[in-house]
Design a protein around this ligand. Structure first.
Ligand SMILES: [Zn+2]
Length: 213
């Protein structure tokens, strides 16, 4: 039996490729030569939060990793390799961590994980929850999950700043700028989160020259 949705993926791809070739016969050949993305994105694996789709970005613009609840994992060699490539090889100008509301990783943190694998995966978010338990527990269930999604974005950026990979990148004159995004899944809109840049500067996590709006 043929799965129509599955077959559609492949037929849609052929239509998409032909559209590009109709506009520019060399499009894919040129794209294959090199990449020079401006953005490094760490976002969630959630099927409803595909950043390429919601920002209408072009191929070659965004170097990305996706995982459960958009985390900076210091024990995942694949993530560390991607961070190294992005910030020290490709020298991206912007690093974005993007979370979203109604994130399964966040909801599991608050309601109790469903498996040991998930529990291990979300343990940094569990610690974040317990550090701010009184404030978070005073909120409604929905607001608590939304707030923890936002706090997780900022926490992951801070974890990233504490890596030696970012320390090296911040020594360059053209060091990358940091951005925290929350994708408001109820509205389809990306919202920029305020970052504690003064605090991070005081802790030496970002350079003295880092611009503070
Ligand atoms: Zn998610």
């Amino acid at each position: 039996m043929t799965d129509c949705a599955y077959e559609e993926l492949l037929s849609n791809n052929k239509v998409w490729a032909q559209k590009h070739l109709a506009k520019d016969p060399h499009y894919f050949v040129e794209l294959s030569k090199a990449q020079s993305p401006s953005f490094f994105l760490i976002s969630c694996s959630d099927s409803r939060a595909s950043i390429d789709a919601i920002t209408q970005s072009q191929l070659g613009q965004i170097f990305a990793i996706r995982n459960v609840a958009n985390q900076v994992s210091l024990t995942d060699v694949n993530s560390l390799a991607a961070i190294h490539l992005a910030v020290n090889a490709l020298e991206v100008g912007h690093i974005i961590v993007c979370g979203h509301y109604q994130c399964r990783g966040i909801i599991d943190t608050l309601s109790g994980p469903t498996s040991q694998l998930v529990e291990a995966c979300i343990s940094p978010i569990t610690h974040l929850h317990f550090r701010h338990k009184d404030m978070l527990d005073a909120l409604s269930d929905k607001d608590r999950a939304d707030k923890l999604s936002e706090m997780n974005v900022v926490d992951q950026l801070e974890r990233l700043c504490k890596t030696s990979l970012l320390e090296q990148a911040f020594c360059r004159p053209n060091y990358p700028l940091l951005h925290g995004w929350i994708y408001n899944i109820y509205k389809g809109i990306i919202e920029e989160l305020p970052l504690p840049l003064k605090e991070w500067k005081a802790l030496g996590l970002i350079p003295e020259s880092y611009p503070i709006p």
